[in-house]
Design a binder for this molecule. Structure first.
Ligand code: ZN
Ligand code: ZN
Ligand code: FE
Length: 761
C-alpha cells in the first residue's frame, strides 16, 4: 500500500478533470480524494498501483486539459474509506478559470445521431468536454447559476447525470435535453413563428435549398447563412449586406464535404476538428461547385467544420453553407433575438432563433497554416479568454490596442488576458462593445487597472477612450502611457515568446503613427521591451488624400509614378492612364505638389496597394488589404525567381529606396509581362529588402534575434521566405502565432511595454 499527494497545474479546471480522476481512481481501486483549488487540482490517493494511475493521468486526460506541471509527494497511508470529489477550495488571490467555448465532441456527436438516445437530434447537446462556456458565463465561479443556463431547470435525468461523478456530464454546466433545455424555432422577418424544434431545422434547410437567406443564432452570435452552391443566393446576400467582394466564410458538416471544394492537409484537418474549431483558410480546389462569389479573385476559402450540434444539423445535406457574421458593416455581431430581428431584417428572409441567451459576443476565430505551423489571424471563439503568462510583474493594467481589428488586453499578477476580437472601431456600437468587453473582463477576473496604455496616434478613438477612462478612474498622468504602433507590434512577439534583451524588429503593415508625425508601416528597429530606435524604413512617399488611399489604391500608384517621372505621363503605363483617367491623375498630382492632405508614409501596405493598381489588379479596394491578398494569390501561382532592383541608403536612419523597383515594375507591365510574374517578383523583392536590412543591422549590432510582426506577415509567402532565409543565416526568428500578427495582437505588445515602463518608474 502506497499513498501519494499529486499536485497538477495548468488548464485543469472546468474541463472535466475531476470526473476523469474519479473514474481513473475507480479503475485502479484507489481511495482518497481530489479537489480544485487556486493552484489547480490536488489529488490524495492510496492503493497498490499508483504508477499506472499517474501514467494515465499524464497521457489520457480530457481533451481540453493542459497539464503544465505534475508533482508527486509520498505520504504515510491513512486508510481512506473510498474515493470522493471534495468541495473546491477557493483562494481569493487566484486567477479564476474561465473556459473558452468548445466545439461539439465525438461522444456527443454520436449521441446526437443515435435514434434511441434521449437527445437524438437535440440541437443543444453538450457535455463536460464540449459546449458553450465563455459566451454564457455571467459571473465567476463557472457554475450553472452564474451562466445564462440558470433559467433552465434540469429535469430528473439531466440532474442525475450532473450529480454523478462517474457520468460524462458530471458538472457539465450547460447540460440540457429536449425535456428541460433550450429550444429552437423559425420565424419570418417580422418575427412570426413558423415552426419549432426539429421542424424548424428542417424547414430552415428547405428554405436554404430554395435560395433563402437565413439568420442563424449560434454560439457567440448570429450568422447570415445561405447555400454556398447557390450563385443567386450568394449574390443576393452580398448585395443586401453591401459587401461586394470580401470573402465569406463557409461551414460544412464533415471533413469529407470540405474536401470536395478545398485542399485539406493533416494539420488543417486537425485544426478544423479541434475544440477551438476556427475558420481555417484553405486552398481552393481548381474546380468546385461553390459559387465563385464566395471568395472572388482569391485562392483561399475560409472554412469551418460545424462546431455546435445546431450547426451540425443545419449543414447536413449541403456541400457548404455560407456563414458570415450577422452584423451590419463595421458593427459588432448581433447576439439577441431582438437585435437580430431589428438589425438584420433587411438582409435575412428568415430567422432561426433559440432561447439560450448569449451573454458575451464572440466571433469566429480565423487561423491559417503554413509550412511551419499555424497562425491565429483573428482571436476570438475557442481561444478567448485563455491567459498568457507574463515574465514581468507589475500593477494591474489595461492596454487599448489601435483601431482596426481591435482587441484589448488586461494584465494582473503576472498574467495577460486578451479580449476577443472586437472589430473595426469606426462606429459607436463597436466602441460600446469595447466598453462592454472591458467591464466584463474586469469583473470576471476582478481587475482594477491603475495603468492605462494606448497607441501614440492622437486621433484614434481608443486614445480618446483611454484618456477618458483614465480621467474617470482618477488614474495619474504618469500612468497613462502612449506607445508607438510598430514598437507595440514587436512587443507582442516578445510577449508571446518571452523574449528579453534586444531584438531586431521588422514591422511591415498598413498604418501606424510615427514619432515624427508621419504614417509609418515599413519599419526596422532595434527594440527592447521598453524602448526602440528606428534604424531603417521604406522610402517616404506622399499619400494623396490621406486615409482615402486605402479605398483607392490607384492614388498610391500615382504617387509612385509622380515620384519617378513627374508629370511625364508618357512614362506612365498606358493601360493605367486609360483606366484611371488623366483628370484623376492630375488631381492627385496637384495634391502632392501643393502638399495638401498628403502625409508622408513609409507603409509597406500602401506599397502593395500601389503595385496591385499598377499591375491592373485593383484600382479600388472594397476592404483593407484586398489588393495585397489578390497580389499574394497571384504570386503563389508561379515560381519565378526574378528580383527587382532597390537601394539601401544611409543617412542617419537607413532608407530603403523602393523607386528603382517600381520603375522596373512599370517596365514589366509595359512589356506585357503576366501579372502573376510581376506579383511574384515583387514578393521576392520585398523578401530580399527585409533580409538585406536585417543582415546589416545584425552585423552592426551583434543582435541575433529577429522579431517579425505587422499585417504584411499574414502573407505566407513573405513570412516563410523571410524566416527561412534569416534562419539560414543563423539568426533566431520569431513571429506571432497564437496572437494575431496584425493589429489584433497589438494590445498584448502594448501591455508588455507598458509594464516595463511602469517598472522603470
Ligand atoms: Zn460532448
Ligand atoms: Zn433534461
Ligand atoms: Fe499595425
Amino acid at each position: 500500500m502506497q499513498r501519494v499527494r499529486i499536485r497538477i497545474k495548468g488548464i485543469v479546471q472546468g474541463v472535466g478533470f475531476r470526473p476523469f480522476v474519479y473514474s481513473l481512481a475507480e479503475k485502479y481501486s484507489l481511495r482518497g480524494f481530489c479537489l480544485n483549488d487556486s493552484e489547480g487540482v490536488l489529488i490524495d490517493v492510496e492503493g497498490t498501483d499508483i504508477d499506472g494511475f499517474i501514467g494515465e493521468l499524464k497521457t489520457r486526460h480530457p481533451p481540453l486539459a493542459r497539464i503544465e506541471s505534475l508533482s508527486v509527494e509520498n505520504l504515510r497511508p491513512v486508510r481512506y474509506s473510498g474515493f470522493t470529489i471534495k468541495e473546491s477550495q477557493t483562494c481569493s488571490k487566484s486567477l479564476p478559470v474561465i473556459p473558452p467555448d468548445t466545439a461539439i465532441c465525438q461522444d456527443c456527436l454520436r449521441e446526437l445521431f443515435t435514434r434511441e438516445d434521449r437527445r437524438y437530434l437535440y440541437p443543444f447537446i453538450n457535455c463536460t468536454n464540449c459546449g458553450p462556456r465563455y459566451s454564457i458565463i455571467e459571473e465567476v465561479p463557472y457554475d450553472r447559476c452564474n451562466t445564462t443556463m440558470r433559467t433552465f431547470q434540469m429535469c430528473k435525468d439531466c440532474l442525475e447525470e450532473y450529480t454523478n461523478p462517474a457520468d460524462r456530464r458530471f458538472h457539465a454546466q450547460p447540460n440540457a435535453c429536449w425535456q428541460c433545455g433550450p429550444r429552437v424555432w423559425l420565424t419570418d422577418r417580422e418575427g412570426n413563428t413558423l415552426c419549432e424544434d426539429r421542424d424548424a431545422l428542417q424547414m430552415a434547410q428547405t428554405l436554404l435549398k430554395e435560395g433563402a437567406i437565413v439568420a442563424v443564432k449560434g454560439l457567440g452570435g448570429f450568422h447570415l447563412s445561405c447555400d454556398a452552391e447557390n450563385h443567386q443566393a450568394v449574390r443576393l446576400l452580398r448585395q443586401r449586406k453591401r459587401r461586394p467582394t470580401k470573402p465569406l466564410a463557409v461551414m460544412s458538416c464533415s471533413i469529407e464535404m470540405i474536401k470536395r471544394y478545398a485542399m485539406v492537409n493533416d494539420t488543417e484537418e486537425r485544426l478544423l476538428a479541434s475544440p477551438e474549431s476556427p475558420i481555417v483558410l484553405l486552398r481552393k480546389l481548381p474546380r468546385s461547385s461553390l459559387s465563385a462569389l464566395v471568395a472572388p479573385d482569391i485562392d483561399m476559402f475560409g472554412v469551418m467544420l460545424a462546431y455546435t450540434p445546431l450547426h451540425r444539423l443545419l449543414t447536413e445535406g449541403f456541400t457548404a453553407l455560407v456563414m458570415t457574421s450577422g452584423n451590419l458593416t463595421d458593427e459588432p455581431i448581433a447576439i439577441s433575438n431582438e437585435e437580430a430581428l431589428n438589425g438584420l431584417s433587411a438582409i435575412a428572409d428568415y430567422f432561426l432563433l433559440h432561447n439560450r441567451p448569449i451573454h458575451t459576443r464572440v466571433d469566429d476565430s480565423i487561423v491559417r497554416t503554413g509550412k511551419r505551423g499555424s497562425l491565429v489571424i483573428r482571436r476570438a471563439r475557442g481561444y478567448t479568454p485563455r491567459v498568457v503568462r507574463m515574465t514581468v510583474k507589475g500593477p494591474e493594467l489595461v492596454a487599448f490596442g489601435a483601431e482596426k481589428k481591435q482587441s484589448i488586453t488586461l494584465v494582473t499578477s503576472g498574467y495577460a488576458i486578451m479580449s476577443q476580437h472586437i472589430g473595426e472601431l469606426s462606429t459607436l456600437k463597436t466602441l460600446e462593445f469595447l466598453r462592454e468587453s472591458l467591464e466584463k473582463l474586469k469583473r470576471l477576473f476582478s481587475i482594477e487597472p491603475t495603468v492605462v496604455v494606448h497607441d501614440m496616434h492622437p486621433d484614434y478613438l481608443t486614445t480618446r477612450f483611454a484618456k477618458e477612462y483614465a480621467r474617470e478612474h482618477a488614474i495619474e498622468q504618469e500612468n497613462i502611457i502612449a506607445i508607438q504602433h510598430h514598437h507595440a507590434h514587436i512587443g507582442s512577439v516578445m510577449a508571446e515568446w518571452g523574449l528579453e534583451g534586444e531584438v531586431v524588429g521588422v514591422s511591415f503593415d498598413g498604418t501606424g503613427y510615427g514619432t515624427d508625425g508621419c504614417v509609418w508601416g515599413g519599419e526596422f528597429m532595434v527594440a527592447t521591451r521598453r524602448e526602440f530606435t528606428r534604424e531603417a524604413h521604406l522610402l517616404y512617399i506622399p499619400m494623396p488624400g490621406g486615409e482615402k488611399v486605402v479605398q483607392e489604391p490607384w492614388r498610391m500608384a500615382v504617387s509612385y509614378l509622380h515620384a519617378l517621372y513627374g508629370t511625364g505621363f508618357d512614362c506612365y503605363p498606358e493601360e493605367f492612364v486609360r483606366r484611371v483617367g488623366e483628370r484623376g491623375i492630375n488631381a492627385m498630382i496637384k495634391l502632392i505638389e501643393r502638399r495638401i492632405n498628403s502625409p508622408l508614409t513609409s507603409s509597406a501596405g500602401r506599397l502593395f496597394d500601389a503595385v496591385a493598381s499598377l499591375t491592373g489588379l485593383r484600382d479600388t479596394a472594397s476592404f483593407e488589404a484586398e489588393p495585397a491578398m489578390i497580389l499574394n494569390s497571384l504570386a503563389e501561382r508561379t515560381r519565378d525567381r526574378g528580383v527587382y532592383p532597390f537601394q539601401i541608403r544611409e543617412n542617419g536612419t537607413m532608407e530603403v529606396d523602393t523607386l528603382p523597383m517600381v520603375d522596373a515594375i512599370v517596365e514589366d507591365v509595359k512589356r506585357g509581362v503576366p501579372p502573376e510574374t510581376v506579383a511574384r517578383r515583387f514578393h521576392n523583392t520585398i523578401v530580399l529588402m527585409i533580409v538585406d536590412v536585417v543582415d546589416i543591422l545584425c552585423e552592426r549590432t551583434g543582435i541575433r534575434d529577429v522579431a517579425l510582426s505587422g499585417g504584411v506577415f499574414q502573407n505566407m509567402l513573405v513570412l516563410e521566405e523571410v524566416t527561412e532565409r534569416l534562419e539560414r543565416m543563423g539568426l533566431g526568428v520569431y513571429h506571432n502565432r497564437a496572437f494575431p500578427v496584425n493589429d489584433g495582437g497589438l494590445s498584448l505588445g502594448q501591455a508588455l511595454i507598458g509594464l516595463e515602463r511602469v517598472k522603470k518608474g
